[in-house]
Design a protein around this ligand. Structure first.
Ligand code: NDP
Length: 291
């Protein structure tokens, strides 16, 4: 039976480390603040933003949720972001996705100042990552690396197979795992057009699933002794649950955990670590700020 890679417990450890850094900043009269811009009422986004605000408050970081009206235009939303850029008490800005379809998400994320872009989505930050000179790196890929390293599963020299080439997880993770200074791994990337997916997944020393396809990865697709990271957060109907749904990953935990050496649970794996890395980026932004 696989060892559980407990992201919730690790996030708790990181929380204590970050609190020490925040206390030091505050003692020196410096400000640390995270603003989350949330448009509309997507229930999952509400949960994510609430979790980020709670983590912020627990480590002493000022937290603000900015809620522009649901009918805001792209220009209107850029104006909201520019106002946050100008505030010295806000050191990190996130624009929670998904945004309403009529909003140009790329234009809005490019409006965030690169040194306040704690999500790491600004083209300047992604470009720097690509060039091997990273500043802020996307939180979920960074969370996966942190989780692997803290549990003693360094990817260096290993064969990492990523299923999913999304811009938030799969693609930046592939670059990070490839980069000598980060992962230094051999990397295979699979997607919906990959032929014979299980042929590739069975080669993995470390298998990462980031697809949004519930239970895509089954036990027979995984090599005996592999480390399996399940990034997926999918709501599936469950009438026995008072909420009417439950959260599952992209990995079929029951069959895969019988073959893997280690596996992340959903919930309680990559999710809490992603929030911890976001706050780590926010604290770093404040440490680097000259104001
Ligand atoms: P995207 O939709 O951007 O990307 C999904 C990727 O998976 C695409 O490359 C797609 O292929 C591929 N894919 C989908 N179905 C299959 C399949 N059957 N076989 C092979 N490949 C497939 O999603 P994200 O990267 O944004 O998110 C992925 C998952 O991770 C979601 O469940 C999301 O909720 C979760 N997530 C979790 C986070 C956390 O903190 N734990 C943070 C961010 C996301 P193609 O490109 O060909 O379409």
């Amino acid at each position: 039976m696989a060892i559980l890679l407990d992201g919730k417990a690790l996030a708790f450890e990181i929380k204590a480390e970050l609190k020490t850094r925040v206390d030091k900043l505050k003692a020196a009269g410096r400000k640390v603040g995270l603003a989350a811009v949330l448009v509309g009422n997507n229930p999952a986004s509400e949960v994510y933003v609430r979790n980020k605000a709670k983590f912020s408050e627990e480590i002493g970081v000022h937290s603000e949720i900015v809620r522009p009206p649901a009918n805001i235009t792209t220009i209107g939303l850029i104006t909201v972001v520019l106002a946050l850029n100008d505030r010295a008490d806000i050191t990190g800005i996130i624009v929670q996705s998904p945004l309403p379809k009529k909003i140009d998400e790329r234009e809005v994320s490019e409006a965030v100042l690169p040194y306040k872009d704690v999500d790491g989505f600004h083209p300047q930050n992604l470009g720097r990552l690509f060039l091997g000179r990273p500043n802020f790196i996307p939180c979920t890929p960074a969370a996966i690396l942190e989780l692997l390293n803290r549990y003693g599963h360094s990817p260096a020299g290993k064969h990492c197979v990523i299923v999913g080439r999304g811009k938030i997880v799969g693609k930046p993770l592939a670059i990070m795992l490839l980069e000598k200074a980060f992962g230094n791994a051999t990397v295979t990337i699979c997607h919906s057009a990959t032929r014979d997916l299980s042929h590739h997944t069975r080669q993995a020393d470390i298998l990462i699933a980031a697809t949004g396809a519930p239970h895509l990865i089954k036990g027979d697709m995984v090599r005996e002794g592999a480390v399996v990271i399940d990034v997926g957060i999918n709501r599936i109907e469950d009438k026995s649950n008072p909420k009417g749904y439950r959260l599952v990953g992209d990995v079929d935990f029951d069959s895969v955990s019988k073959k893997a050496a280690a596996i992340t649970p959903v919930p309680g794996g990559v999710g809490p670590m992603t929030v911890a890395v976001l706050l780590s980026n926010t604290v770093r932004a404040a440490e680097k700020s000259r104001k």
